[in-house]
Write a protein that binds this ligand. Structure first.
Ligand code: F6R
Length: 608
């Protein structure tokens, strides 16, 4: 899950490569590098760590050349050091790669036997040496790539430069995404349209197995069989404006505060506010009455959105839902009924496991519906139906606004399913839609708890472990709260169904452990509170998140109570997500971690 870019330019390309890499840093930030053709040789600049280190290096040691490739890395094979940074090159060829070459050990051994000297621990370097071996045997660059690609097992998107070839770049994709950008007398390669946005809006998305030979004026795409393939040039709507932090310290803070607005935008897309009814933007190519079962698949935070939606589909539409972590879905050989519905949730639309699960579901004859934030993504392009979240670009690695917008779309879909199946009457629909329409206002009110949360975060920041508890839809929100905290503050945190605590995890509770109890005043409130009291009896430091009536009933047992506005009980997770996100954000921010780009993570996970 690295980002790659290539430019066949009419002028110097180094600065433009770096500019594109800035848009790709969400894919990884362990190291970065660029390579250009200078005279008759390939020149590289690479740096460990964030892109700004590479920028400094290039400023001190400028790189000329009108053709170049660039890379931002999320380390898979080999430490995130400079010598493992891409591009990887021999004297004749330079390569940037996103993906994993699974048979790199065999290839490396074979190439070493024939005299190749390796300078890194990466899987990628074998690609450079493999192509080089064919070049040395007299192949043209095109034939060398054609001969090399079938020998690579695994996933890859590649951009390749050749010594002395100032009007040539070759790209290839299998598993990992790659797009061609068409400029005026220039040609580009990029992991996505976002990287290419400042260069062009004319994009050709390569299909799996495609490879392409580019010069400044045209691009020829070949399919796996080596036959010339016709691939459309489409106009991308991706904005070239680099999103900034406005007046916030971090993108995450800005994105948390954008939620009233983006939830409102997303809602307006899925409900008819005037008529208080659900109005999906398109007709669905299946009938909810003919669906026996829904499977929901996603990763991480998107998976928790799916987990919450399971409660909604089952209750509102009486439709059984099976939930899968995407990396497990296609390997567990679950029985599937042709014609059932498979739902996929992804902010980026590029998550490798979710994409593979989508392809698997299609192969099993299921209807596929995806909820994605990036409209031009592979998952969006390959799904039977796409429902977009209108969260806008989410830059902070920890997902916040995309999560609540996913919940909004899922809520509208569950109501539509309930209505179509006759489980919800017209007046039920009106009540539910009214409850949804109120959410932006309630989220604004929830944001008002920020000063109190900032103070509480001082305590959390000193903890070693934090527990999150909830019942019903607050259970997956507890899981999300724990994930949010650990990924940006590096404090260990775990979420539990409140009723599960006494089956083991309660052993963790002592005076040093903050326990965040998510307890809206719903039909499970009393039960959650009993579990909270079990924690209080053992000295746990309780932070209760509830509304005014909940607080009036029980806040004496809590160290602190975060009071949220009163609301209907069905859609509470969309509003209760706010304090959960703020608590993680302020804890991490106090601890001084890299909130927007936490260690070891990347925004888009394009490897299995
Ligand atoms: C956590 C987080 C991740 C993502 C997960 C799926 O804050 O952002 O857990 O939710 O990697 O990513 P997408 O939604 O892009 O498929």
């Amino acid at each position: 899950m690295c980002g790659i870019v290539g430019i066949l330019g009419r002028g110097p390309v180094a600065d433009r490569l770096i500019d594109s890499l800035k848009r790709l840093e969400y894919r990884g930030y362990d190291s970065a590098g660029i390579g250009t053709l200078k005279g008759n040789h390939i020149e590289l600049r690479r740096a460990e760590g964030k892109l700004r280190n590479l920028e400094t290096r290039v400023r001190c040691h400028p790189l000329s050349g009108h053709v170049g490739i660039g890379h931002t890395r999320w380390a898979t094979h080999g430490k995130p050091t400079e010598h493992n940074a891409h591009p990887h090159a021999t004297d004749n060829v330079a390569v940037v790669h996103n993906g994993i070459i699974e048979n790199f050990r065999e290839l490396r051994a074979e190439l070493k036997q024939h005299g190749a000297c390796f300078a890194s621990e990466t899987d990628t370097e074998v690609v450079a040496h493999l192509i080089d071996s064919y070049l040395k045997n007299g192949c043209s660059p095109q034939d060398a790539v054609k001969a090399s690609l079938p020998r690579l097992v695994g996933a890859f998107a590649l951009a390749i430069l050749f010594k002395g070839q100032h009007d040539l770049m070759i790209g290839a994709r299998k598993g990992s995404p790659l797009a061609i950008g068409h400029g005026e007398g220039e040609m580009y390669l990029g992991s996505d349209a976002i990287a290419l946005a400042p260069l062009t809006d004319l994009i050709t998305y390569l299909e799996d197995g495609d490879w392409a030979v580019l010069n400044r004026n045209f691009a020829v795409v070949y399919d796996t069989q080596g036959t010339v393939a016709r691939r459309e040039v489409v106009k991308s709507a991706t904005s070239s404006v680099l999103v900034d932090k406005a007046n916030y310290r971090h993108f995450m803070a800005k994105e948390i505060h954008e939620q009233p607005e983006v939830i409102g935008q997303t809602l307006a897309h899925y409900v008819d506010i005037a008529n208080e009814s659900v109005a999906l933007p398109q007709e669905l190519p299946f009938n909810f009455n003919e669906i026996g079962h829904i499977s929901i698949t996603a990763c991480g935070t998107a998976g928790y959105a799916g987990h919450i939606a399971k409660y909604w589909f089952e209750r509102l539409a009486r439709l059984p839902v099976e939930l899968d972590v995407a990396s497990e879905f296609r390997y567990r050989e679950a029985p599937m009924r042709k014609g059932d519905l498979a739902v996929f949730i992804s902010q980026s639309g590029e998550t490798a496991d979710t994409l593979a699960a989508l392809r698997y579901a299609k192969s099993q004859g299921l209807h596929t519906l995806s909820i994605v934030n990036v409209q031009s993504s592979t998952i969006a392009r390959e799904s039977g139906t796409v429902l977009q979240t209108l969260a806008g670009p989410e830059i902070g690695v920890a997902s916040t606004k995309a999560f609540t917008c996913q919940l909004v779309v899922l809520a509208a879909l569950a109501v539509a399913a309930g209505k179509a199946r006759g489980e919800l009457s017209e007046s039920d629909e009106i009540d539910l839609v009214r409850a949804l329409i109120e959410i932006p206002r309630l989220v604004t009110a929830a944001l008002a708890s920020e000063p109190q949360i900032e103070k509480l975060a001082r305590d959390i920041a000193k903890s070693r472990d934090v527990l999150y508890l909830g019942r019903g839809t607050s259970f997956p929100l507890a899981l999300e709260g724990a994930l949010k905290l650990k990924e940006i503050s590096y404090i260990h945190a775990a979420g539990y169904a409140a009723g599960e605590l006494k089956h083991g995890p309660i052993a963790l509770v002592d005076e040093s452990v903050p326990v965040i109890v998510i307890a809206p005043c719903d039909r499970l409130f009393e039960k959650t509170i009993s579990n909270m009291q079990e924690v209080a009896a053992r000295g746990g430091k309780i932070i209760l998140i509830t509304d005014a009536s909940g607080a009036a009933e029980v806040s004496k047992d809590a160290l602190a109570t975060i009071v949220l506005p009163k609301m209907g009980t069905t859609f509470t997770p969309i509003v209760y997500a706010i304090p959960v996100q703020l608590l993680a954000y302020h804890t991490a921010s106090l601890m001084g971690t890299d909130v927007d780009q936490p260690r070891n993570l990347a925004k888009s996970v394009t490897v299995e």
